[in-house]
Design a protein around this ligand. Structure first.
Ligand code: AMP
Ligand code: GLY
Length: 459
């Protein structure tokens, strides 16, 4: 039987999902925006409100879908998986109750505390902005302040990194949210591990490092993610096998505590000198990380999806072993003042060996135009990260002047800085504490003397 798969979502992540299944099924798509890449791979692509379960169910029924895959967190939060599951369309994505692990940051931290999940930072939750602001003012170390709900990755502020303590207090008072999480600032290198999850089993995928900040050298405001890389094995150059395994164990502990979880569980970790800590969980593939992971997946994605639906054990998930580098092309001014409506030239053939994924572009008769969001991404791959980086850059070569790219992602210099940063943190810990794993608090918060300050330059 040929599966009839309905894919929900229209970004770069969903284009990567579409590319990974299209050859093995009849694919249908729906999203709030048109995506020319997904449209080309689907039998039908419909514009729907991604947060309207009934509209999506209507499409699933119309196309006689045998299973569905959900890309964006907004759809999960809106209960799209619940509605499709109830109607008998198995959906690879958690129901709203399990998706709270991403959609409700206060729940996420309370859950970690209650279930004694490893890697949880010190935190408190607040129901008024005033109470959260007062707590930030009296906290004697650096903090991250987070609105409770979804903010597209742009709601968090970190003191000693992006803002001063008094700026964070002002931000909490003025941002317009009531409910907040305030937690200790974690210091280290961030990485992502995405895992396929069904029936309590967890199949992890290679680690990826995203680049959230808008400009080269990790400067500027946070974005949805400017690009990412993965290495030939499962780890990244600044981490050990033990670090990777510790992070996977955290994902496994989380799934043990959420036995009904299905779909992708995405762990965003900070590799501190004391091992991985949880920055957040997401209830779906990462964007851009899906564009690194799915093209390197050797196991057919359709086999993972159908095994999950049919309550078979998930197949062993294998990867090609290629290193990958993904670079997003974003409109000038993104994310604070993006120039929407600018015509861009995207030459799919010029990408060569690299892959091109569309994200947010508007197709008019006269060509493709930017919206306010990330426009498209290229993904290079190779035996080494440097080879993949070169391939991505070559693919970008012909891109328009009105778009911006972080050219430092995946370069030898940038990777070396991350290795050096982790080495300094580890050496500093050994010098200060001895080689045993002890409490992390001082290490994370003593920013006057921490070696990472020389890299960040602003704390
Ligand atoms: P989130 O929206 O939770 O993904 O947070 C966005 C970004 O804020 C993360 O990718 C981190 O760079 C940063 N961040 C969040 N929480 C912390 C923390 N406790 N310590 C340091 N940085 C953090
Ligand atoms: N790469 C960040 C995210 O998908 O949320």
């Amino acid at each position: 039987m040929v599966e009839r798969v309905l894919l929900v979502g229209g970004g770069g992540r969903e284009h990567a999902i579409a590319r990974a299944v299209a050859a093995d099924c009849e694919l249908f798509g729906c999203a709030s925006n048109q995506n020319p890449g997904i449209a080309a791979l689907t039998s039908e692509f419909r514009i729907v409100d991604e947060t309207a379960p009934e509209e999506i169910l209507e499409m699933a029924v119309d196309v006689d879908a045998t299973l569905a895959v959900i890309g964006p967190e907004s759809a999960l939060e809106a209960g799209v998986a619940d509605r499709l599951d109830e109607a008998g369309v198995y959906t690879f994505g958690p129901r709203a109750a399990e998706a709270r692990i991403e959609t409700d940051k206060a729940y996420q931290r309370e859950f970690m505390r209650a279930e004694a999940i490893s890697g949880c930072p010190d935190f408190e939750t607040f129901e008024t902005a005033d109470a959260a602001a007062d707590y930030v003012r009296q906290y004697d170390a650096d903090v991250a302040v987070k609105p409770r709900g979804l903010t597209g990755g742009k709601g968090v502020r970190v003191t000693g990194d992006q803002v001063t303590q008094s700026e964070a207090v002002k931000y909490v008072r003025e941002a317009g949210f009531d409910e907040w999480v305030v937690e200790e600032r974690l210091v280290g290198e961030e990485f992502t591990i995405q895992a396929f999850v069904a029936d309590g089993t967890v199949e992890s995928t290679p680690a990826v490092q995203d680049h959230k900040r808008a400009y080269d050298g990790d400067e500027g405001p946070n974005t949805g993610g400017m690009g990412s890389y993965s290495a030939a094995g499962r780890t990244l150059p600044f981490m050990t096998d033990a670090d990777y395994e510790a992070a996977v164990r955290i994902l496994e502990e989380t799934v043990e505590a959420l036995p009904a979880y299905k779909g992708v569980l995405y762990g965003q970790f900070m590799l501190t000198a004391d091992g991985p800590k949880v920055v957040e969980f997401n209830a779906r593939f990462g964007d851009p990380e899906a564009m690194n992971t799915l093209p390197a997946l050797e196991t057919p994605l359709i086999e993972i999806l159908t095994a999950a639906r049919d309550e078979d054990s998930l197949p062993d998930v294998t990867f090609s072993g290629a290193a990958t580098v993904c670079k997003y092309a974003v409109p000038d001014g993104y994310p604070t003042n993006p120039s929407a409506g600018t015509r861009i030239e995207v030459d799919e053939n010029a990408a060569g060996e690299a892959l091109l994924f569309y994200a947010s572009v508007e197709a008019r008769e006269t060509g493709l135009y930017t919206t306010g969001s990330r426009a498209y991404a290229v993904v290079g791959n190779g035996a080494e990260i440097s080879e993949a980086e070169q391939e991505a850059e070559t693919a970008l070569g012909s891109s328009s002047e009105s778009i911006r790219v972080r050219h430092d992602i995946g370069t030898a210099e940038s990777i070396q800085q991350r290795i050096d940063h982790m080495n300094r943190l580890r050496e500093w810990r050994v010098a200060r504490r001895g080689p045993t794993r002890q409490g992390q608090e001082d290490l994370n918060t003593d920013t006057d003397t921490q070696p990472h300050a020389t890299r960040d330059g602003d704390c």
